[in-house]
Design a protein around this ligand. Structure first.
Ligand SMILES: Nc1ncnc2c1ncn2[C@@H]1O[C@H](COP(=O)(O)OP(=O)(O)OP(=O)(O)O)[C@@H](O)[C@H]1O
Length: 204
């Protein structure tokens, strides 16, 4: 279970969302909705422990979380197979053969990652989630650059591999992923402009 209680989070020292509360039980996903700039990325980074909250409480086993953003974290000089093996090595896991089918990477196995198209790179970046096997996934616009077929692959992975095995996912997206999931509209949590606060920036 992921439990968020009265969370207030900030970017650049300015609160963007205040008093956000929700629970996500094991085996379920939550879709974050809201206009550009409302604070979806900020909330995900705070939940993943990449930046401190201004106030509030997050109950989750930080050791069992993973955050994935637009930046794929791919090593261009390594092949697709070597990239997956690299992540498996770092996380002390193995590369299940299913990752190649789940993300349509089988034909790209020996290709240097630097030569992949944007969508292929994205599929490889998402394939990392099938390798690292973290229970709680915080995903920021995971389908950027993906065509409709690949969006479906990703949704199937989340539904049938991750959630079906008791995983949790919190996903910021502007599109319909076709997942059975609760949605949270962040508009009611928009922080008042004169709220005070500060926050360290871990990443820009
Ligand atoms: N480094 C920064 N310094 C100051 N303000 C920032 C910084 N990064 C983001 N912001 C602002 O913080 C607010 C929340 O940004 P955030 O990226 O969390 O929104 P978002 O909902 O993910 O947006 P989008 O849908 O466009 O990806 C925005 O108003 C943004 O301009």
């Amino acid at each position: 279970m992921l439990r968020v209680d009265n969370l207030t989070c900030a970017r650049g020292g300015r609160p963007v969302l205040s008093n956000v509360s929700f629970d996500v039980p094991d085996g379920q996903a939550l879709i974050l909705r809201g206009a550009n700039g409302i604070g979806k990325t900020t909330l995900l980074r705070t939940l993943a422990g990449l930046q401190p909250a201004l106030s509030g409480d997050i109950q989750v086993d930080e050791e069992d979380t993973a955050y994935a953003s637009h930046a794929d974290g791919i090593k261009a000089q390594l092949t697709v197979a070597e990239n997956l093996a690299f992540w498996a090595d770092i996380y002390g896991t193995d590369v299940p053969e299913t990752v190649y089918t789940d993300f349509d990477l089988a034909d790209l196995r020996e290709r240097f990652a630097g030569t992949l198209s944007a969508g292929q790179k994205r599929r490889l970046g998402l394939g990392r989630l099938g390798v690292i096997k973290r229970k709680v996934l915080f995903l920021d616009e995971p389908t950027v650059s993906l065509d409709r077929f690949s969006v479906k692959l990703f949704a199937n992975f989340i539904q049938n591999r991750h959630l079906a095995n008791g995983g949790i996912a919190v996903i910021a997206t502007h599109i319909d992923l076709g997942l059975t999931a609760r949605e949270l509209d962040l508009e009611p949590y928009r922080a008042a402009i004169d709220d005070l606060g500060s926050s360290d920036e871990a990443f820009l």
